[in-house]
Design a binder for this molecule. Structure first.
Ligand code: 5RP
Length: 220
């Protein structure tokens, strides 16, 4: 990762801080952009109540900063969820899960009032699908799910050697022509053995903070 890309990720992460209200539990995603956000959040750790986290990786980083991490079941209200994306289109629909945390990410995104996506401008796309779509599967269903995905026109590749925080496996689906993201999201989730897929179309981002060389653009 180039230093310049890191600067852009950091700029997007810093811009997200304006959405954080004192006294609240903050929803925290996963990935290198979110890591910059966690480091920023640490500067305000005494102002917030704590966080809910979408991965063991983010939980570790939050705790290392002394930020309390709550079980989502014990939290009634998550006003804001901050997370990155592998691709995002003009409607705030995304492909996520490059880091394999898609299921917990999708759960917190569902609970949160507002989803703020933080990304550098390399993640902006006209049409979703160049980035292989991650699908989390129950291990015993891997081959069956792969065959069903082929029927949908995708080329699934098992992310070998990787196990999700939930004890499951990932299929990265190449060559999908994602003309109708909401429908494909449902179709994939309807395959028995799929836990969830990395299309965040039905619940996309409410706000995207896209960092470019000349500043951070806010898309709503
Ligand atoms: C992890 C994700 C990440 O948000 C996505 O992969 C982007 O990561 P990064 O900020 O490192 O580019 O969905 O499951």
């Amino acid at each position: 990762m180039s230093g310049n890309a890191d600067l852009l990720k950091k700029a997007a992460a810093e811009a997200a801080m304006q959405y954080i209200e004192n006294g609240t539990v903050v929803g925290v995603g996963t990935g290198s952009t979110v890591n910059f956000f966690i480091d920023e959040l640490a500067k305000r750790k005494d102002d917030i109540e704590g966080a809910v986290s979408s991965s063991e990786e983010s939980t570790k980083r939050l705790k290392a900063h002394g930020i309390e991490v709550f079980d989502l079941n014990s939290v009634a209200d998550v006003p804001v969820y901050i997370d990155g994306a592998d691709e995002i289109n003009e409607h705030g629909q995304m492909i996520k899960g490059g880091g394999g945390a898609l299921t917990r990410e999708k759960i917190i995104a569902a609970v949160a009032d507002k989803f703020i996506c933080v990304a550098d401008d390399s993640k902006r796309v006209g049409r979703l699908g160049s980035f292989p779509l991650p699908v989390e599967v129950i291990p015993m269903a891997r081959s069956y799910v792969a065959r069903e995905i082929v029927k949908l026109g995708g080329d699934p590749v098992w992310r070998q050697g990787f196990t999700t925080d939930n004890g499951n496996w990932i299929l990265d689906v190449h060559n999908l022509d994602i003309m109708k993201p909401m429908e494909l999201e449902s179709d994939l989730n309807n395959i028995v053995g799929v836990v969830t897929n990395g299309l965040f179309a039905q619940r996309g981002a409410d706000v995207a903070l896209i960092a470019r060389e000349d500043g951070v653009e806010t898309l709503k």
